[in-house]
Each structure stands twice: as structure tokens, then as C-alpha cells.
Design a protein around this ligand. Structure first.
Ligand code: PEP
Length: 253
């Protein structure tokens, strides 16, 4: 059985007290309304990791994640945060290759391989993001585009390593735009991604990998999207900053 996951990506939002309030609200709701069989992951900015970890302590199905990690192990890399540091702060997951990092910070497929290696070798589960821009969707070459992202970054990993990953399919035209992919568009891409993983690693391995949808997911559309066979949950941006919306999304399975 693949893990069902709802991960919140806070991006660069929340001052100290706002982050604490948001986390406490989510924790209290999940204590009151236990969500069975869904892993909820909070991915705050680095400076919130320690505080969020303390607030979620003891709540079984909430885990901590980060939004990025360095491609280097340690050393003179001012401003960087290593995967080992994240693990030492209690993070279990790390988002790698979010489209905002690819486009604004020029993160290449090759660099993302290195970040994924760092995450894996430090015991973190990478939430590896892929997804196409609007012009690629309009040219109807989105499947090839996303497959190439996965091949170039991930296909050097072993079967044992790839099984540890979570993939997030996030069409860029749907991120923060209010324009969600239809559940059919999400299912088609998720099935194509699974088939692509299967072509390299075999069906049994591909069937074990959770594939999340991201892009303007909200309580009103999550149920429909999560009902699709190859959609194993969501990576949630804007709606993860509203405790009620985020927990409602996690309850949408
Ligand atoms: C994201 O940034 O990962 C995301 C899915 O954002 P939003 O939900 O706001 O579209």
C-alpha cells in the first residue's frame, strides 16, 4: 500500500508567532479529528524547524520537512543548510526541485541529483518535484518534458534508493494561480510518471512510490483529485497557510 501524504509548503511565509499559531492550530485539529492513514507533513522555512518540531512532538501522523537542502555535505558554503543539519533538527522529509527553485535559483536537473543524494544519505525522504510550464502543456509535450526531468535527475539511483522517494507532480501553470489541473489531467500525468518509473525500475517498485499532486489544491477540489488511482495526496502551497483548509485537505481522502 502506498503512503497517502498531504504536505504543506509554507514557502517564505510566517513570522515566528504566525508559524507557531498555524502549527498549534493544525496539531489541535488533528488531535480532535484523527486522520487515519494519512501522513501530514509541515515544511516550514528553516528558521521554524526547531519550533515546529517541538509543537508536533507526540502527534503520530504529523512529520517535519524542509523546503530545500544544500547539494554539499558541509563546509564553507555561507547561507546554505545541509541535509545532515535538517535531520539533526528532526526533519524527515525535504522538498527538492520545487519549480520556484528551478526557475528563480537556476537549479538544474544535475544539481537536483546531488541534493537528492544528500537527502538520501542523511536519512531524509526527498519530495522530488517535477512539472511543466504552460507553453509546454500547450504544445502537448508535457509528458516528455516531465519524463526528461525525472530521467536526468533520478535514473542514476538504485532501486533501493528510488523506492525511498516521494514524487510531486506540480504543473507550473497551476502553482499559486488558482488554476488547478483537472482530476483527469492529474491522473494522466501521474499514470505516465508511474509508467516511466516502471520502465526503469519495474512495476513493483513504481507501485510503491507515492506521487503527490500540487497546484492550487484546496478543500473544494482535493477530494476529486485524490480520488484518482495514481494520485496519492498533495503538495499544498497557499492553502497550507490556513489551518482549517489544510486539515480539510488532509481529510479529503
Ligand atoms: C506549491 O508551491 O508547491 C503549490 C502547490 O502551491 P499552491 O498550492 O499555492 O498552488
Amino acid at each position: 500500500m502506498r503512503k497517502k501524504i498531504v504536505a504543506g509548503n509554507w514557502k517564505m511565509n510566517c513570522l515566528l508567532e504566525e508559524g507557531q499559531k498555524l502549527t498549534s492550530e493544525i496539531v489541535n485539529m488533528i488531535k480532535d479529528e484523527p486522520i487515519k492513514d494519512v501522513k501530514v507533513i509541515l515544511n516550514p522555512p528553516f528558521v521554524h524547524l526547531h519550533g515546529v518540531k517541538k509543537l508536533i512532538a507526540g502527534v503520530d501522523n504529523i512529520a517535519l520537512g524542509a523546503q530545500n537542502c544544500s547539494d554539499k555535505e558541509a563546509g564553507a558554503y555561507t547561507g546554505e543548510t545541509s541535509a545532515a543539519m535538517l535531520a539533526s533538527f528532526g526533519a524527515e522529509y525535504v522538498i527538492i526541485g520545487h519549480s520556484e527553485r528551478r526557475s528563480m535559483f537556476n537549479e538544474s536537473n544535475e544539481l537536483l541529483t546531488e541534493k537528492t543524494k544528500q537527502a538520501l544519505s542523511n536519512g531524509l525522504t526527498p519530495i522530488f518535484c517535477c512539472g511543466e510550464p504552460l507553453e509546454i502543456r500547450e504544445a502537448d509535450t508535457h509528458e516528455d518534458y516531465v519524463k526528461a526531468q525525472l530521467t536526468e535527475s533520478l535514473f542514476g539511483f538504485s532501486e533501493e534508493e528510488i523506492k525511498k522517494l516521494v514524487i510531486a507532480y506540480e504543473p507550473i501553470w497551476a502553482i499559486g494561480t488558482g488554476k488547478t489541473a483537472s482530476s483527469e489531467q492529474a491522473q494522466d500525468m501521474h499514470a505516465a510518471i508511474r509508467k516511466h518509473l516502471s520502465s526503469k525500475y519495474g512495476e513493483a517498485v513504481a507501485e510503491e512510490i507515492s506521487i503527490l499532486y500540487g497546484g492550487s489544491c484546496k478543500p473544494s477540489n482535493a477530494k476529486e483529485i485524490f480520488s484518482k488511482a495514481d494520485v496519492d495526496g498533495g503538495l499544498i502551497g497557499g492553502a497550507s497557510l490556513k489551518s482549517r483548509d489544510f486539515v480539510d485537505i488532509a481529510e479529503s481522502f
